[in-house]
Design a protein around this ligand. Structure first.
Ligand code: NDP
Length: 250
């Protein structure tokens, strides 16, 4: 039987760690050729080895890329399309936090997060969608957050960037639906990664009772949602925000 995403090319940002890493592994297990983009080369190298050792049908190809560098994004997308002929699936996953209360937040703290989490999504989507339109096929999946849906004290910059990703994605979905391109959002709740490891234990324990599932999710929970949205089964799903959060945002 053919693999679910055989002959598909996926471009995933933030592939070196956490959720992005799990997405790369899941898409490659489903047969896609995965371009895993991030700044840390070492972690990308171990990711490639991990997929090979697991005998995944699809290959993972590491790509060093800083998503805050627009020129580098444009060059990377051209390089991938030249090398692989197309990009079928774009997953905008790279993201950062620079938490702090709004009243004492600096311009730098605000702008850094908006650039890494929102402007990068615009730049990548613009560059990749030009090729998708020509191919009359595409799946764009953007990783937002429950913070972008509900807001979160101490994360005004991050919540603004993640809410921006939702509005951006719905607009792109409306612009590109007739070209056979879908654009959806996955909004994770608390997922165990480096990003949440830095939270003080006392914060983690205070959060758990607020989650109906009473626990944090795994990166693989997010990856499964992304693979579904990239799969043929989701061809009529667009402009949606799929919360994968143990019920937190209900
Ligand atoms: P991690 O901090 O574990 O990983 C972040 C990833 O983003 C790394 O691969 C990092 O790679 C990459 N990245 C960061 N900045 C850049 C950059 N400038 N250029 C390229 N890559 C970059 O985060 P998570 O895996 O937890 O988060 C992944 C996504 O999920 C993010 O968008 C986050 O906001 C979102 N999310 C996470 C939640 C959670 O609970 N963990 C909850 C809700 C949303 P490198 O450093 O190698 O460049």
């Amino acid at each position: 039987m053919a693999a679910l995403l055989e002959n598909q090319v996926a471009f995933v940002t933030g592939g070196s760690r956490g959720i992005g890493r799990a997405i790369c592994l899941d898409l490659s297990a489903a047969g896609a050729t995965v371009i895993a983009a991030a700044r840390s080369e070492d972690q990308l190298t171990t990711l490639v080895a991990e997929a090979q050792a697991a005998g995944h049908t699809g290959r993972i190809i590491p790509l060093r890329l800083d998503v805050t560098d627009r020129a580098a994004i444009d060059a990377a997308v051209e390089q991938v399309v030249e090398g692989h002929g197309k990009i079928d699936i774009l997953v905008n996953n790279a993201g950062i936090t620079r938490d702090g209360l709004m009243m004492s937040m600096t311009d730098e703290q605000f702008d850094e997060v908006i650039t890494a989490n929102l402007r990068s999504v615009f730049w990548l989507t613009r560059a990749v969608s030009r090729h998708m339109v020509r191919a009359r096929y595409g799946r764009i999946i953007n990783i937002s957050s429950v913070s972008g849906v509900m807001g979160n004290a101490g994360q005004a910059n991050y919540a603004a960037s993640k809410a921006g990703v939702i509005g951006f994605s719905k607009s792109v979905a409306k612009e590109l639906a007739k070209r056979n391109i879908t654009c959806n959002v996955v909004a994770p709740g608390f997922i165990t990664t480096d990003m949440t490891d830095v939270l003080p234990d006392k914060v983690k324990e205070a959060v758990k009772p607020l989650i109906p599932a009473q626990k944090f999710g795994d990166p693989a929970d997010i990856a499964a949602a992304v693979t579904f949205l990239a799969s043929p089964a989701a061809k009529y799903v667009t402009g949606q925000v799929l919360a994968v959060d143990g019920g937190l945002s209900m």
